[in-house]
Write a protein that binds this ligand. Structure first.
Ligand code: XUL
Ligand code: CO
Length: 458
């Protein structure tokens, strides 16, 4: 495959705008995106993401398992509450649903191969439009899955996770698994079964539950206890079904506090861990932490990662960012190296992700209408994570960071502090100790020093 250069890239734009219906190559003139290093001025090259570069015992490719999100990259044409879509995707012109789905799959795998990502993620009806009946929809999914299977085999690209869109169709306006009407709960169950079958057929490594409308708008008309218990039952049934079919992957819950509902049941990592434990799902479920969902819950991304890691449930990441000047899910591509470095510190210290990868659940802006913008966005996201990983690794290996952190908790390493940690002290022992030792010393938290070290290495 040809390598992209800056000059080629100018010519490509012209080609791309002329991509014709029925021509199954969409990103014309854009070749394999290569690692060219930080000195390169080629916009269509990685400056930091070198897939084979080894960091802390693993290649970058292994650390990240970068994935493309089918929905944003191939389906989202940029519509917002104030206007329609702006992006005229050449793969979205056919009227026949199978033809349209195949063209979309062709575009997906062309993009994945050229960007050099090993994984993709989808919702069932990202792959092909939903039909009028459940039976017809299932047939459609099965047909496109057979096509995708061939594409996976031909390219070596794998499915990081599948999921089911149980939030867009108007039937789910009151929720899916948490709907007050059993008929809708059963309908959602059927849809998730079909999505699980598709994921298993494609050797998907994980399966995600994001509770888009699993929550409520007003407590006045809501039996919260019944809805949450129903969700617990539903998740157990889905897990039992998939395990019964031989699915070996991990199930993830993806927390989000709100949007579209006012209050979502999987609010944040801590809440979702409680759901997992309350309903006995801890052997099969972990978390998929999304950056912008963390910020919407008034947490930092690294906080959510740490909460998940502490519970042994750091499964996967949906990478994006929000906007600090507004409060909704803008799903922008990551570009803040300092913040992502804080996240990579958590990731490295936790020993990596359990089963998952870094899925760019992010979209180009509504007015980014060139096809090459999709490449630029993913290159930027991958480079941000790569640069942050290198910085975090250097902080851990070369700086005073680990020693400073260790020193802060040194009082628990020996003597009475160590006995406290070992559970050997009683409350009376604390009383006696405090009486004997008087007012504790004032010890600085040194936050600015920690921050400066990170700054030095980014
Ligand atoms: C919504 C979101 C979803 C999930 C999968 O905010 O992040 O795309 O990742 O349903
Ligand atoms: Co997401």
């Amino acid at each position: 495959m040809e390598k992209s250069t800056g000059t080629q890239h100018k010519i490509n734009l012209k080609h791309n705008s002329m991509a014709l219906l029925g021509d199954r190559t969409y990103f014309k003139g854009i070749g394999q995106i290569a690692y060219e290093g930080r000195e390169s001025d080629n916009p269509l090259a990685y400056k930091y993401y070198n897939p084979e570069h080894v960091v802390a015992g693993k290649t970058m490719r292994q650390h990240f398992k970068f994935a493309m999100a089918y929905w944003h990259t191939l389906c989202g044409t940029g519509g917002d509450p104030f206007g329609p879509g702006t992006k005229k995707f050449p793969w979205a012109q056919a009227t026949d649903p199978f033809r349209a789905a195949e063209e979309k799959a062709d575009a997906a795998f062309e993009f994945l191969t050229k960007i050099g990502f090993d994984y993709y993620c989808f919702h069932d009806f990202d792959l092909i439009d939903e039909a009028d009946t459940l039976a017809q929809s299932e047939k459609r999914i099965q047909k496109i899955v057979a096509y995708l299977k061939q594409k996976q085999e031909a390219s070596g690209v794998k499915l990081l996770w599948g999921t089911s869109n149980c939030f867009s169709n108007p039937r789910y306006m009151n929720g899916a698994a948490t709907n007050p009407n059993f008929d809708v709960v059963a309908r959602a169950g059927a849809q998730v079964k079909i999505a699980l079958d598709a994921t298993m057929e494609l050797n998907g490594e994980n399966y995600v539950f994001w509770g888009g409308r699993e929550g409520y708008m007003s407590l006045l008309n809501t039996n919260m206890k019944l809805e949450q218990d129903n969700m617990g039952r539903f998740l157990n049934m889905a897990k039992d079904y998939a395990r019964g079919q031989g699915f070996k992957g991990t199930f993830f819950i993806e927390p989000k506090p709100m949007e579209p509902t006012k209050h979502q049941y999987d609010f944040d990592a801590a809440t979702s861990i409680n759901t997992i434990r309350e309903y006995g799902l801890q052997d099969d479920f972990k978390l998929n932490i999304e950056v912008n969902h963390a910020t919407l819950a008034q947490h930092t991304f690294q906080h959510e990662l740490q909460v998940a890691a502490n519970a042994g449930m750091l499964g996967s990441i949906d990478a994006n960012r929000g906007d600090y000047q507004n409060g909704w899910d803008t799903d922008q591509f990551p570009n803040n190296v300092y913040e992502v470095t804080e996240a990579m510190l958590v990731l490295l210290k936790a020993g990596g992700l359990q089963g998952g990868g870094i899925n760019f659940d992010a979209k180009t802006r509504r007015n980014s209408t060139d096809l090459e913008d999709i490449f630029l966005a993913h290159i930027g996201g991958a480079d941000t994570f790569a640069k942050a990983l290198l910085a975090a690794d250097a902080v851990l290996r070369s700086s005073a960071y680990e020693d400073l952190l260790e020193k802060r908790y040194a009082s628990f390493k020996e003597g009475p502090g160590a006995n406290f940690v070992a559970g050997k002290l009683s409350f009376s022992d604390l009383y006696t100790y405090a009486q004997q030792h008087g007012e504790p010393d004032q010890i600085s938290g040194k936050q600015e020093l920690f921050e400066n070290i990170l700054n030095q290495y980014t």
